[in-house]
Design a protein around this ligand. Structure first.
Ligand SMILES: *Cc1c(COP(=O)(O)O)cnc(C)c1O
Length: 350
């Protein structure tokens, strides 16, 4: 898509929005006396409002991710970025979004909250990308296409070429959720946002970076899209504690943890087919495995009674008989496999 076509996708009220501004943007010097925001002057460590532009954190992430600060949006989890896609681009009750299914539940929830129709397109054989069906589901009110790679809950990553072909053919914004890209040998397409104005890539610190409790999601996109998202977000969407703690954790390497998780994923993947009740272990590019078993509800209940909580996906269309199992610590995975041993022997919790 050409850059000059982006503006037509934006809701009219957002195109003309005059965003909230803070007086502090007008002062850049040191040692100011801040009498502009009705904060308490007494230090608690948090008596000042946080930086609404998250400048320091974005510069740090810019170096790690290899993209300019202007192409980065930070949100209260990627969930905020997902919600903003609807608020920026979709006229409630009129526009629609296309999405693959099964996939991450928040796309449909955010759509429903914003009164936007979702046109779900089932994945193909072996959870393959249904490119033609996705394009066929779109009409002139389709503003968004949600793709997730590696996909949750199927675990597979799609080919870069197939994803980029969709980006060039879809007449709206393509949101590519890469929450699990750190675990995949296929890598990330975030650098492509510099060439593809209608591509928005989502990543998060909630998975590989181990910071789910701090809530920090990232969107990478054309700077015009980033400006729109920044205008619509709450001014202080990333709190001071999160900005400081994330900044500290980002100086520590995560590579060894990712490698261990990928190795443990391989270990569980190889162990599972030996069990008589396991029908299928789907290949995974993420930190979880989707496993089809004879009786998902019974195995789920057994594991739960053993204190092992997995996600029962058997009632999700396309996932009949499936449990989604997150890869844990080696010792936690030991417990999982021991519990599966007992289930296999008929030593079943009810
Ligand atoms: C876990 C997950 C996220 C993470 O969302 P946050 O709000 O950043 O914690 C996003 N997308 C998918 C597909 C996920 O599975």
């Amino acid at each position: 898509m050409e850059r000059n076509k982006l503006e037509a996708l934006v809701r009219a009220n957002i195109r003309t929005l005059c965003p909230y501004s803070t007086a502090r943007d007008e002062y850049q010097g040191p040692l100011g006396v801040f009498l502009d925001a009705n904060e308490s002057p007494y230090p608690t460590g948090y008596n000042r409002y946080p930086d609404p532009h998250q400048k320091a954190l974005k510069e740090q992430l810019s170096a790690i991710k290899g993209l300019p600060v202007e192409n980065i949006f930070l949100g209260n989890g990627s969930d905020e970025a997902i919600d903003l896609m609807f608020r920026v681009f979709c006229e409630p009750g009129r526009d629609n979004a296309v999405a693959i299914a099964p996939s991450y539940g928040m796309y449909a929830v955010a759509a429903a909250i914003n009164d936007v129709e979702v046109r779900s397109v089932p994945l193909g054989e072996d959870f393959s990308l249904p490119a033609e069906a996705l394009l066929g589901a779109a009409d002139d009110r389709s503003k968004l296409l949600f793709l997730c790679s590696p996909n949750n809950p199927s675990g597979n990553a799609f080919d870069a070429e197939a994803l980029l072909a969709l980006v060039s053919r879809f007449p709206g914004i393509v949101v590519l959720d890469e929450a699990y890209a750190d675990f995949s040998a296929k890598g990330s397409l975030r650098a492509k946002v510099l060439e593809c104005p209608n591509l928005v890539v989502l990543q998060t610190l909630s998975k590989a970076y181990g910071l789910a409790g701090l809530r920090l999601g990232m969107a990478f996109a054309d700077e015009y899209v980033i400006r729109l998202m920044s205008m619509v977000k709450y001014p202080y969407n990333i709190n001071q504690a999160t900005q400081e703690l994330v900044s500290k954790v980002l100086t520590e390497p995560v590579g060894a943890k990712i490698e261990e998780t990928v190795a443990q994923r391989g270990r569980i993947e190889r162990a599972l087919p030996a069990y008589g009740f396991v029908r299928r272990v789907y290949p995974s590019d993420a930190n979880f495995l989707l496993v089809q078993v004879d009786d998902a509800d019974a195995l789920y209940a057994h594991l739960l009674a053993d204190g092992i909580i997995v996600r029962n996906r058997t009632r999700v269309p396309g996932c009949a008989g499936c449990l989604r199992i997150t890869v844990g610590l080696p010792s936690e995975n030991d417990r999982l496999l021991q519990s599966l041993d007992r289930y296999e022997k008929g030593d079943i919790h009810r």
